[in-house]
Design a protein around this ligand. Sequence first.
Ligand code: SF4
Length: 99
Amino acid sequence: MKQTNRRVFMMQVALGGTALAATQAMAQAMVNEKDPQAAALAYAADATKVKNPKYAAGQKCSNCALYQGKATDAAGGCPLFAGKQVAGAGWCNAYAKKA
Ligand code: SF4
């Protein structure tokens, strides 16, 4: 394989992986606050509206140690809600500050 072809091939592989990851992220539904698991953990999609006594201002999924998205992502995975996504601006009572 010529050097140029190899470079193009590697770029295609990288782009294909990115597209696949984006497709998988889009395929995952958002957690519904009324789901039993969500209700049990007092999950809210908007942390600023949380009235839970465990909540402290500034806490949100995107700065939680369990959040699997990037801090700037609008939504990401959380191991407590397998197969679904939580809002980056969300919160639940299992919140753990990211170190
Ligand atoms: Fe959000 Fe963290 Fe609760 Fe998961 S454990 S829902 S990331 S606050």
